[in-house]
Design a protein around this ligand. Structure first.
Ligand code: NAP
Length: 258
């Protein structure tokens, strides 16, 4: 049955940046389809709270602290999950940041590096730690959370745009190198989603109105509207899909030019 292809029972999924926002919504989605989810972010108390909330609802979850910009945390995240469950079927590289807002010529090397470290390099390093495990299992699904900002430039967001564009290409390269081991790698590009990260835009009347006007659906997304795609890409329902970049933006990329 096609319906059974979406079943994630027995699968173990790591989701970074899952204490809130899109990551939490995706973790919930995977857990509702049967996966054991490893909810991860920089704060142990925050991920413990999410795991406890999920467990209370009968879902399977644990919280593991991991600052994705720190190699030792990435290693210990993978080690802890392997010790407890002995497998990793799904990795969602979702943690993201945007510490620099301003013109390119005023961007400091430090903020540029920080943006790349969290948004791009962490996804590469964590994927590389998970790769031998998925290779051994002869299956795995890696999902990177990029952005429409990785496809389309926007003023004053250069570091973020560059980091998200690189993440898209990382996914494509991993897909062509890892496909022979049945490891699929796909990239999701959300548009304008109501989270803490987008709070500055949501609270800016002019910017918010412009974005909403640009989207064909005339609204921002709820984080939960990103979850179905994550479930699909994590599951066997997408078994022939790799190297894809999927936009989920309410039509914002097609904002009319005039
Ligand atoms: N919101 C949007 O409109 C939008 C649009 C396109 C793409 N995205 C992308 O979607 C992803 C999720 O964003 P969001 O909007 O859901 O943001 P959010 O609500 O601000 O959540 C960000 C999550 O990442 C965690 N985090 C931040 N820095 C981290 C680090 N260094 N290591 C580990 N975890 C870290 C945060 O938890 P702690 O504070 O507990 O660490 C939190 O769980 C990001 O990659 C973002 O670029 C968002």
């Amino acid at each position: 049955m096609i319906k059974e292809l979406f079943d994630l029972t027995g699968k173990v999924a790591i989701i970074t940046g899952a204490s809130k926002g899109i990551g939490k919504a995706m973790a919930r989605g995977l857990a509702e389809f049967g996966a054991t989810v490893v909810v991860s972010s920089r704060k142990q108390d925050a991920v413990d709270a999410v795991a406890a909330e999920f467990e209370k609802e009968g879902l399977k979850a644990i919280g593991v602290e991991c600052h994705v910009g720190k190699e030792e945390y990435l290693k210990s995240l993978v080690e802890k999950v392997m010790e407890k469950y002995g497998r990793i079927d799904v990795l969602i590289n979702n943690a993201g940041t945007n510490p620099f807002y301003g013109p390119i010529h005023k961007m400091t090397p430090l903020l540029y590096q920080k943006t790349l470290d969290i948004n791009t390099n962490a996804a590469l390093h964590l994927s590389n730690l998970v790769y031998p495990i998925m290779k051994g299992q002869k299956s795995g699904s890696v999902i990177h959370i990029s952005s429409i900002e990785g496809i389309h430039p926007s003023a004053l967001m250069s570091a973020y745009n560059i980091s998200k564009a690189a993440l898209i290409m990382l996914g494509k390269n991993q897909a062509i190198e890892w496909g022979r081991h049945n490891i699929r790698v796909n990239v999701i590009c959300p548009g304008y989603v109501k989270t803490k990260l987008s709070a500055a835009l949501l609270e800016n009347e002019e910017a918010n109105a412009g974005l909403i006007k640009g989207a064909a659906l005339s609204r921002a997304a709820e984080p939960s509207e990103m979850a179905g795609l994550a479930v699909f890409l994590a599951s066997e329902a997408s078994s022939y899909m790799t190297g894809s970049t999927i936009v989920n933006d309410g039509g914002l990329l097609h904002a009319p030019l005039f």
